[in-house]
Design a protein around this ligand. Structure first.
Ligand SMILES: [Zn+2]
Length: 296
């Protein structure tokens, strides 16, 4: 792994300025000439035709039909306040937005823009999906520029959630186990993954998910690195572990296929000299876990 490697969707440079979010302070940020807003429609960011996220001044949002929560304040990029908003109907606007699915756009965004878009998407999705107080059912309101929501009835505060997920390379000697879910693109194989359950450590989740999906007991889990994943808001924790056997019993409720691949087969996929499986997108942690394994 090179020293200057940045995990896709991580490495953002925003100062979240969580202590400067009074109504007066937010108004001052909005009014700054260098303030900018990135726009989304149905989870897709607006891009510039020449590439990169499109940034407009927040005043250009006036009169537009915005989806709850309206503009949220992501933080400061240098001295530029950065906001994000979800536009209901992109045909009613005058700027030249080009909304593109973030999975496709990821290939065309700088690491900084990817981190910005990922943070914005996760927060906008969370607000839209948590408009009602989970305690009493009243409509809740965004507070502090989108840092949280609060119920006006019972006053309960609700904070954005990040869901922990383990994603693991299971090794047996010089082989790695990869699987695929139903409906995946042809040839696609990836690391097994699953949500951590309440009351479970990361290591226990690795062992349980692996046994549930392929019937293999694992040992010696090693944490490698993690990735924020904005579909909708996961923290992917990359782990490498060792299998106690190579006998795969596929749980068809979880996986369509799972197979062992040799280091040579994986290396050939990365060198584009082999096609044992389809190469994973560079913006996925699974791509980087496999690359890490090949380099160690
Ligand atoms: Zn409430």
């Amino acid at each position: 792994m090179t020293d200057n490697f940045t995990m896709p969707f991580a490495g953002g440079i925003l100062d979240h300025v969580e202590t400067q979010r009074s109504a007066e302070e937010l108004q001052a940020f909005v009014a700054k000439p260098q303030a900018r807003c990135i726009c989304f429609h149905k989870g897709s960011p607006a891009l510039r035709r020449e590439g990169g996220l499109k940034r407009i001044h927040p005043s250009e949002l006036i009169g537009r039909n915005l989806i709850d929560p309206g503009p949220i304040f992501l933080g400061l990029e240098g001295d530029a306040p950065i906001f994000a908003a979800s536009i209901q109907n992109p045909t009613d606007v005058t700027i030249e937005e080009l909304f593109q699915n973030l999975r496709s756009a990821a290939r065309m965004l700088s690491p900084q823009d990817m981190a910005l878009a990922g943070r914005a998407k996760s927060l906008l999705d969370w607000h839209f999906n948590h408009r009602f107080c989970s305690k009493c059912g009243q409509v809740s309101q965004p507070k502090e520029g989108g840092l949280k929501r609060q119920c006006p009835s019972c006053e309960t505060e609700h904070f954005p959630r990040v869901n922990p997920v383990v994603i693991m390379l299971i090794l047996s000697g010089d082989k790695v186990l990869l699987g695929r879910g139903a409906g995946w693109p042809e040839g696609a194989m990836s690391a097994l993954a699953g949500f951590i359950s309440p009351g479970e450590s990361m290591e226990e989740a690795v062992a349980r998910e692996t046994f549930e999906e392929v019937g293999i007991r694992v040992k010696n889990p090693r944490y490698i690195f993690s990735q924020p994943w904005p579909w909708p808001s996961q923290l992917m924790m990359g782990v490498i572990c060792d299998a106690e056997s190579e006998d795969v019993t596929i749980n068809k409720n979880e996986l369509e296929d799972a197979r062992w691949f040799t280091r040579e087969e994986v290396q050939a996929v990365y060198d584009k000299s082999g096609e044992a499986f389809a190469r994973l997108p560079r913006f996925t942690i699974a791509h980087h876990l496999l690359r890490h394994w090949l380099e160690t």
